[in-house]
Design a protein around this ligand. Structure first.
Ligand code: PLP
Length: 411
């Protein structure tokens, strides 16, 4: 049988595929990981640790399987994990939530975010999103039917070396809100900038949410990865926000288990019942034995979180030095495990051509800055590195970046 011609395939696809799915591309971040593997490059693109997960947590997962926790958990999450989340949220943020009516365990915070958006968005609704933004929020908006209103964040002067952080214009933020605003997404500590929102900033956002009767969906997945004495304040803790905040979180980053796919949404009872319905029909539930192990992980002592932050603090310093020596303009992060950089001085036409050169010719994979902006031109002189990697990986990147200037000159 002869192959179907490409033109016929394309014509048929246009008729039967979703217009929503046509509006976004494959994840650039995950594509960079594939390119890193193809070119044997050091992968400083996607934010997953390349070191071992904590032994006790792995043991707990093994034990859960041996104990035959192998069937569906309750759709909105195993009781042991929900109870552990309640205990930890109270211990770290001082807020007591109801495990029976205010938590939904999902397949990663990715699904928690998607379920939350689908649970609250109606046609015509707008959501406010700071940019640069974690790339998933774009497709999340399209798939749930929300229209995003982007508000720009600007890099700190002097790269943040003086303790300053990324900023936004309050007037621009206020102007992005209106009668159609259903929610604002706040990601703190922030990917890709490393910004940690301060109480005053959260209060300003609170005033806008109250004025326009909007939700705040807050992605707090990097809550324990903080530097220079930065404090993570959950939006749910800001006076007047408990009843209109949906907290998204998960195990991926805090316990170095991005492949386990366990995350959750904490929200007041009404949005929670809508989130639970969406979640049930999307995925039924996250892996039951891994939820059980999650309950053990969340009970880790404070020393675990202190060590995690200290270890990432060292890696941050290490990569800042490597990148500065190689000629990048760096923006020092206050939290999370990424470094945004400016590449203007290397003279490439844009971030994509630079990233391609870096992965193919230098052997280091990064994420092009444009994948974090609604308008690709806005990220054309930025690329993002991650440092959630073991020392040998960072050392390999150091070796490869050491001669970057000469390699660019002879390109
Ligand atoms: N939210 C942010 C801000 C992220 O950076 C990431 C992963 O990089 C995720 C969510 C995905 O988290 P999960 O593995 O829980 O789906």
């Amino acid at each position: 049988m002869s192959a179907i011609p490409d033109s016929k395939m394309a014509e048929a696809s246009r008729r039967i595929l979703s217009a929503k799915a046509e509006q976004f591309t494959e994840s650039v971040i995950r594509e960079m990981t594939r390119l890193a593997m193809k070119h044997g490059a050091v992968n400083l693109s996607q934010g997953f640790p390349d070191f071992a997960a904590p032994l006790e947590i792995k043991e707990a997962a093994r034990q859960a399987i041996a104990d035959d926790i192998n069937q569906y958990a309750i759709t909105w999450g195993a009781k042991a994990l929900r109870d552990a989340i309640v205990e930890k949220f109270e211990r770290t943020q001082g807020i007591r939530i109801d495990p029976e009516r205010e938590i939904t365990i999902c397949c990663g915070s990715t699904e928690a975010m998607m379920s939350a958006m689908m649970a609250i968005i109606n046609p015509g609704d707008e959501i406010v999103v700071f940019e640069p933004f974690y790339e998933n929020y774009g497709p999340d908006a399209i798939l749930s039917g929300a229209t995003p209103r982007f508000v720009r964040m600007w890099p700190p002067a002097a790269g943040g070396a003086d303790g300053s952080d990324w900023t936004y214009d309050e007037k621009e933020l206020a102007a992005a809100f209106g009668p159609r605003t259903k929610a604002i997404i706040v990601n703190t500590p922030n990917n890709p900038t490393g910004k940690v929102f301060k109480r005053k900033e959260l209060e300003f956002i609170r005033d806008l949410c109250v004025r326009w009767d909007a939700f705040c969906i807050t992605d707090e997945i990097y809550e324990h990865i903080l530097y220079d004495g930065s404090e993570h304040i959950s939006m749910a803790r800001i006076e007047g926000m408990r009843e209109r905040t949906i907290v998204i979180n998960g195990m991926s980053k805090t316990y170095s288990v991005t492949g386990w796919r366990v995350g959750w949404a904490i929200a007041p009872p009404e949005p929670t019942s809508a989130i639970r319905k969406v979640h049930d029909f999307l995925t039924v539930g996250a892996a039951a034995p891994l939820q059980q192990a999650g309950a053990i992980a969340l009970a880790s002592p404070q020393s675990y979180y202190d060590k995690l932050a200290a270890s990432y603090g060292e890696k941050r310093e290490r990569l800042l030095k490597i990148l500065t020596s190689a000629g990048f303009t760096v923006f020092k992060p206050r939290g999370a495990y990424y470094i945004m950089t400016d590449i203007a001085r290397f003279g490439f036409p844009d971030d994509v051509s630079f990233s391609k050169f870096l992965v193919e010719k230098v052997g280091v994979a990064v994420v092009p800055g444009s994948s974090f902006y609604s308008n690709v031109r806005d990220g054309a002189s930025q690329v993002r590195f991650t440092f959630c990697k073991k020392e040998s990986t960072l050392a390999a990147a150091e070796g490869r970046l050491a001669h970057l200037a000469e390699q660019i000159a002879s390109n």
